[in-house]
Design a protein around this ligand. Structure first.
Ligand code: APR
Length: 312
C-alpha cells in the first residue's frame, strides 16, 4: 500500500504524519515544489518512527517518479489567499497548481483514489476529476469530515462532555452552503434537539460555518491544519483498509438526493473502490432543500471556473 501526499505544507506534512502513525500503508511519498522541503520533512518524520513505533516509510521528493503506483493520492498543494487577492485570483492560482499536480500524479498512478483538500474545495475537486480522467467514484474532496468534527467539538464543549461522545454530521459544502443535520446530532446518545433549544443549536451551526475563518483570524498567517489532516487521514484509512465506513465526503452525484452531475458533500461509504455508495439518508425536507441549494451553488461556481479557464 502506498499513499502520495502532494504539498508538504502544514496540511500535507501533518496528514503524512497522521497516516504514518496509523501504520496503514508501507510508504507515504510527500511531494513539494520547494527544493528539499519534502525530503527534509520525510527524514524528520522517519526519525520519529522508532519513538512512535510505526513502520510506514516516508519519502520526500520534488518530482512524481517516486509516486508511481500509489493506491491513494492526497492533493493539498496550493497557495493561501494573499492580501489584495480576489476569490477569483486565488481560484485561478490554485486551479493551475491542481491541474499541474493532478495531471502528473494521475499519470504515475492511473488506478489511484484521489482525495482533494486544496481550497476552494468543491471547484478544486471538480477540476481534479476533470484533469485526472478518473472515474467519478475515485475522486472525492475532504470537507464534511472537518466540518462535522468542528460541530462535534463545539457541541461537546457546550454540553461539557468528551468530544468522542458527540455524534453529528454536516453535508453540503464548506462555508455558507454547509448543511448541518440537527436531527442526527446526539450527545452521549441523547438527541441534541432535546438538550439545546433551536436558537442555541442555530448558534452552534453558525459557529461551525465560520470555524475555519475563526482560526485564520487567530493565526493571522495560514489556516487550520491539525483537524483537516485528521479528517483526511481517516478517509485514507477507510479506503486502504476497505472499511466500508460512512463519511461525509464531497463527491459527484448521479441523481442521488435528486442532484445530478455536481460535486457536493454527502454521506458516502468509503472502500478500496473509493466511493462505494452514496447513502441517501432520509433527510428532513428543509435539509434536502438546503443540500440541493448547495449543489446548485457549486455547479454555478464550477461553471464560472470553467469559463475563466477557457478564457485563459
Ligand atoms: N506542486 C507541489 N507543491 C506545491 C505546488 C506545486 N505546484 N504549489 C505549492 N505547493 C506547496 C507549497 O510549497 C507548500 O509547501 O503546497 C504547500 C502548501 O502549504 P501551506 O502554504 O502550508 O498551506 P496549507 O496550510 O498546507 O494548506 C494547503 O489545504 O486546507 C487547504 O485551504 C488550504 O488550499 C489550502 C491547502
Amino acid at each position: 500500500m502506498k499513499v502520495t501526499v502532494i504539498g508538504a505544507g502544514n496540511v500535507g506534512a501533518t496528514t503524512a504524519m497522521r497516516i504514518a502513525q496509523m501504520d496503514v500503508c508501507r510508504e507515504v511519498v510527500l511531494v513539494d515544489v520547494v527544493p528539499g522541503r519534502a525530503a527534509g520533512l520525510a527524514l524528520d518524520l522517519n526519525q520519529s518512527a522508532p519513538i512512535e513505533r510505526f513502520r510506514t516509510r516516508l519519502t520526500g521528493t520534488e518530482t512524481y517518479r517516486a509516486t508511481a503506483n500509489s493506491d491513494v493520492i492526497v492533493m493539498t498543494a496550493g497557495r493561501p489567499r494573499a492580501p489584495g487577492m480576489s476569490r477569483l485570483d486565488l481560484l485561478l492560482v490554485n486551479a493551475a497548481v491542481v491541474r499541474d499536480c493532478v495531471a502528473q500524479a494521475a499519470a504515475q498512478s492511473p488506478f489511484a483514489i484521489l482525495i482533494v483538500v486544496t481550497n476552494p474545495l468543491d471547484e478544486m475537486t471538480h477540476l481534479a476529476w476533470r484533469t485526472s480522467g478518473f472515474d467519478e467514484r475515485r475522486v472525492m474532496g475532504m470537507a464534511g469530515g472537518l466540518d462535522s468534527a468542528r460541530l462535534r467539538w463545539f457541541l461537546a464543549d457546550l454540553a461539557g462532555v468528551a468530544p468522542p461522545d458527540v455524534e453529528a454530521m454536516t453535508l453540503g459544502s464548506h462555508g455558507e452552503t454547509m448543511v448541518p443535520l440537527p436531527g442526527r446530532a446526539t450527545i452521549e446518545g441523547t438527541p441534541a434537539t432535546r438538550i439545546f433549544d433551536p436558537a442555541t443549536l442555530a448558534g452552534v451551526f453558525e459557529h461551525t460555518r465560520a470555524g475555519g475563518a475563526e482560526i485564520v483570524a487567530l493565526l493571522r498567517t495560514g489556516s487550520a491544519y491539525y483537524a483537516p489532516a485528521s479528517a483526511t487521514a481517516v478517509m485514507v484509512r477507510a479506503i486502504l483498509e476497505d472499511r466500508r465506513e460512512l463519511h461525509p465526503v464531497c463527491c459527484r452525484l448521479r441523481g442521488e438526493f435528486g442532484i445530478d452531475g455536481a460535486f457536493v458533500g454527502v454521506p458516502a461509504v468509503l472502500s478500496r473502490r473509493g466511493v462505494e455508495e452514496v447513502r441517501e439518508l432520509d433527510l428532513e425536507p428543509g435539509e434536502l432543500a438546503a443540500l440541493r441549494e448547495a449543489a446548485a451553488a457549486v455547479r454555478q461556481k464550477c461553471a464560472e471556473l470553467e469559463e475563466a479557464l477557457a478564457r485563459g
